[in-house]
Design a protein around this ligand. Structure first.
Ligand code: ATP
Ligand code: MG
Length: 407
């Protein structure tokens, strides 16, 4: 690839530069998060380059430059560094070594070290525990399981529990609920005896998440607390409006998230997921070193979206505290919505878009995926309104139109 190397000192200013070149931002991963990053970067006047192993990736479709390669391909990473003035990631399991290699040539955020911690539940929980000791929010009681001896040492108090692989879990995959020691041993065997954590199964009243952005200069801004409903281990609904969770709890979650980012020396956008227990306590669950599905509403309901925050932190531009201007409900659109079941068989259908778009405050986002499959995230619908009651009512109408369970 014969490209003039771009500027690598921050800030990387948007638009045509004085030498006639355009600053280009790079992203590892071409899924929907990468696509929305590209949209935000382009809106600000940057060109973009996406690297993804899938030739038909959602972000690759909309980016000026696309590198079709494996995340570990050394030549492809060099090409990415040549084209891009700075590089971020949208994919949590991108090899940390690839980020580290890129960082030798270009500003990279988030940094490889932070991504490596978020990729490993054992290191992630250790970080949460350190933050809790410094006044933050604690994770669920847990034990690390890496050997037969660890299994034997598990305290009774952790059962019933949830066994989770330390690495590569998402959307509820790589997890098993276990009630007894026998079930625990069987589940660990089933998972191939890889490193795991066993967490106590907690009585949840609700789940929520908080997204923060932290700049290289240490400035941190946070988005409002998102209340999340999962179905079959996948995020289904996010509700964001005043009093979606008790205000004191929201305050605590935002402060804890800022602390988690600051203690990591994190640069970029970070999402932290929490449980709200039935007794009202807050427990930290896990973090994602990137924008998050629960933050998609920010595109339509806030004056600065999570993706624009990702662009700003990457390019070294100023951060401003985001302001939510509309109450919002987001519904995830899974591939299941593209099928009717007739006589036990899947029959393709098209969701009723005109009726949905006739609802007030509807914002449809489809990710450009050509093939609908059950469980695949195809897009989302965000509803905005002046108040919580109106936005909830409209989103419930949308659920009825889509054949989704009410929430
Ligand atoms: P994601 O798609 O968010 O990355 P994941 O597969 O990494 O999900 P978790 O977020 O750890 O997994 O767990 C998935 C869901 O399982 C949680 O949102 C929650 O509903 C439930 N869950 C996980 N851990 C516990 C626990 N200790 N007690 C009760 N419920 C739990
Ligand atoms: Mg989760």
């Amino acid at each position: 690839m014969s490209q003039t190397p771009t500027q690598t000192t921050l800030p990387l200013l948007p638009g045509p530069l004085s030498d006639g070149s355009m600053a280009t931002l790079g992203v590892l991963g071409g899924g929907q998060l990468g696509r929305m990053f590209v949209h935000a970067a382009q809106a600000l006047g940057y060109e973009t380059v996406v690297l993804d192993p899938d030739a038909g990736s959602p972000a690759g479709h909309v980016s000026q430059h696309f590198i079709h390669a494996d995340y570990r391909d050394a030549q492809a990473l060099r090409d990415l560094a040549t084209l891009a003035g700075a590089v971020t990631t949208e994919f949590e399991n991108v090899p940390a070594e690839s980020l580290a290699a890129l960082a030798a040539d270009r500003p990279v955020s988030p940094m490889a070290d932070c991504v490596a911690i978020a990729q490993d539940r054992i290191r992630e929980k250790a970080h949460f525990t350190r933050c809790a000791a410094a006044g933050g929010v604690a994770p669920a009681p847990y034990a690390v399981i890496e050997s037969e001896a660890d299994l034997a040492d598990v305290p009774d108090a952790l059962l019933p529990g949830v066994l989770k692989t330390a690495r590569l879990g998402y959307d509820g995959k790589g997890q098993a609920r276990v009630a007894t020691r026998d079930e625990l041993a069987a589940a660990w065997q089933q998972m191939g005896r890889v490193a795991c954590v066993l967490e106590q199964l907690l009585p949840l009243a609700a789940e929520c998440s908080v997204i923060v952005a932290r700049g290289r200069d240490g400035q941190v801004v946070s988005l409002p607390v998102q209340r999340n409903l999962h179905r079959d281990g996948i995020l289904a609904v996010t509700e964001v409006f005043e009093d979606n969770v008790p205000p004191a709890l929201a305050q605590q979650a935002r402060a804890a998230t800022e602390q988690i980012a600051t203690e990591l020396g994190y640069v970029g956008v970070l999402c932290v997921e929490y449980f709200v227990l039935q007794d009202g306590r807050l427990v930290v669950n896990e973090m994602a070193p990137r924008p998050h599905n629960s933050g998609h509403y920010t595109v339509d309901a806030c004056d600065v979206s999570q993706f624009e925050l990702q662009v700003r932190t990457l390019a070294g531009l100023p951060l401003t505290a985001p302001r939510q201007h509309s109450a919002a409900v987001m519904l995830n659109l899974l591939g299941d919505l593209w099928f009717d079941v007739v006589d036990g068989e899947d029959v393709p259908r098209t969701p009723p878009w005109p009726a949905l778009l006739a609802l007030p405050g509807a914002h449809l986002h489809l990710y450009g995926k050509a093939e609908a499959r059950r469980g695949r995230k195809m897009g989302h619908l965000t509803f905005t309104a002046a108040d919580a009651a109106s936005v909830r009512a409209t989103a419930q109408q949308a659920c009825a139109l889509l054949g989704l369970e009410a929430f």
